[in-house]
Design a protein around this ligand. Structure first.
Ligand SMILES: *[C@@H]1O[C@H](CO)[C@@H](O)[C@H](O)[C@H]1NC(C)=O
Ligand SMILES: *[C@@H]1O[C@H](CO)[C@@H](O)[C@H](O)[C@H]1NC(C)=O
Ligand SMILES: *[C@@H]1O[C@H](CO)[C@@H](O)[C@H](O)[C@H]1NC(C)=O
Ligand SMILES: *[C@@H]1O[C@H](CO)[C@@H](O)[C@H](O)[C@H]1NC(C)=O
Ligand SMILES: *[C@@H]1O[C@H](CO)[C@@H](O)[C@H](O)[C@H]1NC(C)=O
Ligand SMILES: *[C@@H]1O[C@H](CO)[C@@H](O)[C@H](O)[C@H]1NC(C)=O
Length: 804
């Protein structure tokens, strides 16, 4: 046994094969940075070490691998491709989903990969452990929608294990839940007759057995518990009679099953909405490579089912073992008054090449059951559109955190989505009677007549010129409301936040601030509104609510005739993000942070901070403020506090153009942006009518001038089928060139040409099983530290958490 103990910041890797146990540690780019930030003793492990360990696992025919490490960087390609190679080589990988709960959008890689079994933690009362990371996966946003993860949950709190020296100790973490499942996997393998193992055992069939056998817990939703608590006996029953087949996970979407089906069950479908996307995973137990035979089909049960317009995007090639199928659901116009349920099935057939000794392909048809709720289209004033498109997160770039007080979380990596770190706000809006839709395409891809308010919260991206023009038209002429929640932006502070990453041997610099204020200012310029580059902190009271302004910005330009609210705050700009706060100025100046304005047919509200809506780093919430803002922007209801006489500003706030914050000149933003250097186009998250076009209000013909006055493009007819969706959505793996880090021995396996896998299963399965369950659990000592910290923090009443 080789044990490299890298200390409490690092997570371990354990390869189990018979008696050989290899325990390694790794820290990936991100975690390394945390180290730096914490100025702790520098203990680094590199991606390359893991590649070496994984190569070793492949070369020695390891069967099951427990990986209790992870990080948020799902774009560390050498690592991710190596995981694909591991599973393509029929190694069943079980991995901890992460300890960043109860925050949402905190899944760790590689546990968030569909070919890996991602494990969350529960306590002995079958409650999700607070530390267990929550879904959904965030790779897919902004254009798409995340997958359900974790896959299963297992006991992970106060689990007894052996100490390295002697005796036992109790430990907590998804790092503990993961080896429990690795042990279950080993036990399950041991009950399959050895002569049949090669035929039926693989990462997909094992995941099928685990998720189909799991016991669904009654409280948590699918992004907390996945399929539920792992159930050894049920999974055994499934595996006992297993025939190679493909299946879908999750296999049911039931809008009547709340809270499990949250967030879907919280908002019914209705005609005219943006497509609701449900992104499921195809598990193919028939072979490492498989193919989807033509588009999936929708089989409605009953007439109402024809009111559902459902489109599919999917991976044509399923490799390794898994692929995806995304449902894009809309209610047809003729269903605009329908209220009720729609039921039916989606079926998709999959085939894999014949296994050795077989003549014909392996084939299987998978089913996904749908039970949807539909309501009549709500009135415009109740419909809110959330801009996801202009949100940029980590990875790929150093997108800094929104509250500079949160020193433990350096990066903005929770997705900034209604169903991740804005999930409580989403629930609140639903409770308040609003219907919230997501826009993952440019502003030219929605019809402003349908929405009361467009919400722009914590946005990092730039805007197409067409978007700026369309938005001002929408507000001035169609009466669209705008609710803007900005963030800090200060170049000097960004420069100070730079750090050297020892893993990539390069300097990391924030590519923008908490929000991209220069871009937002361009967007708001037609209305005479602009934000400044102060970083303001402090408590204030409005409407009798004690509130915290956490690294927000100020409003520096605002037209006369609006209402502006100012409060005295400290400007912490000079202090820099990681520097001593004491060096900052200690004089509080009155700073405008909230502005409300009627302009043309529309109404605009701007606020300089988003932390009060963001469940991840919230100190105090401002849901009350959001409700009052939406009353105003959507329905022109004026609250007496927000529109008090004292806040009325007849003289405009003015600021010279050259005083406004400017963009960084030393950052090539096109590497992170969906706008810079990209074409304006509506993606599959928008209405089917505009997929593949440039959108509403624009003449789609190339080279033509836009039509004057922005006549609204009439939403009629059908789907514009000129886009070949399936072709453009091939999975990335075709680009992998394994010969870079592997001997040619593995090439065939990787590309699925040779389906004859190396002998998979060791004979002494009970040994690793016992090893896994009881004992060689070299748990994460940093967990204890983390738990202690967490307890300490509880006292302060904040939601701030440390990173891995
Ligand atoms: C569904 O998930 C897969 C796998 O992450 C992703 O490639 C695809 O783009 C997603 N599709 C949609 C529409 O979200
Ligand atoms: C859908 O699938 C379920 C389970 O496979 C089956 O019971 C039901 O009859 C199917 N319904 C339709 C409309 O095909
Ligand atoms: C910025 O990066 C893009 C690729 O992301 C590249 O095409 C472009 O040339 C770069 N621009 C500069 C000025 O380096
Ligand atoms: C679909 O969009 C393309 C441009 O992307 C356009 O040329 C074509 O006429 C459209 N087809 C229909 C049926 O609207
Ligand atoms: C893969 O890499 C090898 C050697 O580096 C090269 O000869 C081969 O052409 C590459 N294959 C592809 C598909 O790029
Ligand atoms: C699983 O991972 C944990 C945490 O890295 C490690 O300490 C433990 O040894 C592994 N256990 C097994 C049985 O694989």
């Amino acid at each position: 046994m080789i044990i490299l103990d890298m200390g409490h910041l690092l997570l371990e890797l354990l390869l189990v094969k018979m008696q050989s146990v290899l325990d390694l540690h790794r820290i990936r780019r991100f975690m390394h940075f945390v180290c730096l930030q914490m100025r702790s003793l520098l203990q680094v492990s590199y991606t390359s070490w893991f590649l070496d360990a994984f190569n070793y696992a492949i070369a020695t025919n390891i069967d099951v691998l427990n990986l209790s490490i992870g990080g948020p960087d799902y774009l560390d390609l050498p690592f991710i491709e190596k995981i694909w190679e591991i599973t393509a080589n029929n190694i069943i990988m079980v991995s901890a989903i992460g300890n960043d709960g109860p925050l949402y959008g905190t899944l760790n890689n590689p546990a968030d990969q569909s070919d890996v079994i991602g494990v969350g933690g529960i306590d002995y009362n079958d409650h999700i452990a607070s530390f267990s990371s929550r879904g959904m996966s965030t790779w897919e946003i902004p254009h798409g929608y995340g997958r359900v993860k974790p896959d299963v949950v297992a006991y992970g709190r106060e689990i007894m294990g052996s100490k390295i020296s002697t005796g036992c100790k109790s430990l907590s973490g998804t790092s503990v839940a993961s080896p429990v499942v690795a042990g279950v996997v080993c036990l399950l393998v041991s009950v399959i007759p050895e002569n049949n193992r090669k035929n039926i055992l693989n990462p997909a069939s094992m995941k099928q057995a685990l998720v189909e056998g799991a016991a669904k817990l009654s409280g948590p939703n699918m992004y907390e518990q996945g399929a539920g608590r792992v159930d050894l006996l049920e999974s055994y029953e499934i595996l006992k009679n297993y025939q190679p087949r493909a299946s879908i996970f999750p296999s049911v979407l039931d809008y009547t099953d709340c809270p499990y089906s949250w967030p879907f069950c919280r908002q019914p479908l209705y005609a005219g909405a943006m497509p609701v996307i449900f992104n499921v995973t195809i598990l193919n137990g028939m072979g490492v490579i498989g193919y989807v035979d033509g588009p999936p089909t929708w089989h409605p049960l009953g007439e109402e089912g024809n009111l559902l317009n459902i489109r599919f995007t999917y991976s044509e090639v399923i490799w390794p073992w898994t692929g995806y199928l995304a449902l894009h659901m809309q209610i047809k116009e003729e269903g605009a008054k329908f209220s009720g349920e729609i039921e039916g099935n989606v079926s998709v057939s999959v085939h894999s090449p014949p296994a050795r000794g077989e003549k014909s392909s392996r084939r299987s048809t998978c089913m996904l059951q749908l039970k949807l709720k539909v309501v009549p289209t709500p009135p415009r004033s109740k419909r809110v559109l959330w801009d996801q498109f202009h949100s940029i997160k980590y990875p790929p770039g150093y997108i800094p955190r929104d509250s500079l007080d949160v020193r433990s979380d350096i990066l903005d990596w929770h997705g900034d989505h209604l169903h991740t770190n804005f999930h409580i706000m989403f629930n609140m809006l639903r409770d308040a009677g609003y219907y919230v839709e997501t826009l993952g395409s440019p502003f030219t891809c929605f019809d402003a007549h349908q929405y009361g308010t467009l919400m722009l919260v914590d946005l990092e991206d730039e805007y197409f010129e067409e978007e700026i023009e369309k938005l001002s038209y929408d507000v001035l002429n169609t009466g669209l409301g705008l609710a803007v929640f900005s963030e800090w932006y200060n170049v000097e502070t960004m420069v100070k936040m730079r750090f050297f990453d020892d893993n990539t041997r390069s300097w990391w610099t924030p590519v923008t601030g908490g929000a991209n204020i220069p871009a937002l200012n361009d967007l708001l310029a037609p209305f005479g509104i602009a934000f400044g580059d102060k970083i303001l902190n402090g408590d204030f009271s409005l409407n009798g609510e004690q509130s915290r302004y956490a690294s927000g910005t100020d409003i520096v330009r605002f037209p006369g005739g609006g209402n502006v609210h100012s409060f005295p705050f400290l400007d912490t700009t000079e202090s820099g993000a990681t520097q001593n706060v004491l060096t900052s100025s200690t004089t509080k100046a009155d700073s405008p942070i909230l502005g409300l304005l009627e302009v043309g047919e529309g109404r605009i509200a701007v606020y300089g901070d988003s932390n009060c809506l963001d469940s991840s780093h919230m100190v105090t919430n401002c849901y009350w403020l959001l409700r009052k803002i939406l009353d105003f922007t959507s329905a022109n209801i004026r609250d007496s506090v927000l529109f008090s006489d004292s806040s009325k500003h007849d003289t405009p706030l003015v600021e010279d153009d050259n005083q406004l914050p400017s963009r960084r000149t030393d950052v090539n933003f096109s590497s992170y942006s969906a706008v810079v250097g990209k074409d304006l186009a509506c993606r599959s998250d928008s209405r089917f009518e505009v997929w593949g076009t440039k959108g509403y209000n624009l003449d789609v013909r190339e080279g033509d001038k836009r039509k004057p006055g922005y006549p609204v493009f009439h939403v009629g007819g059908g789907f514009n089928s000129t886009m070949d969706i399936s072709k453009s959505r091939r999975p990335k793996y075709t680009q992998i060139n394994k010969s870079d880090y592997l001997g040619s021995k593995y090439l065939g396996l990787i590309y699925g040409e040779e389906l004859d896998m190396p002998v998979l299963v060791a004979s002494h399965w009970l040994i690793p099983a016992v090893v896994a369950v009881t004992g060689v659990l070299v748990f994460l000592s940093f967990w204890r530290i983390r738990q202690k910290r967490r307890r300490r923090r509880k006292g302060s009443g904040t939601l701030r958490l440390a990173n891995l």
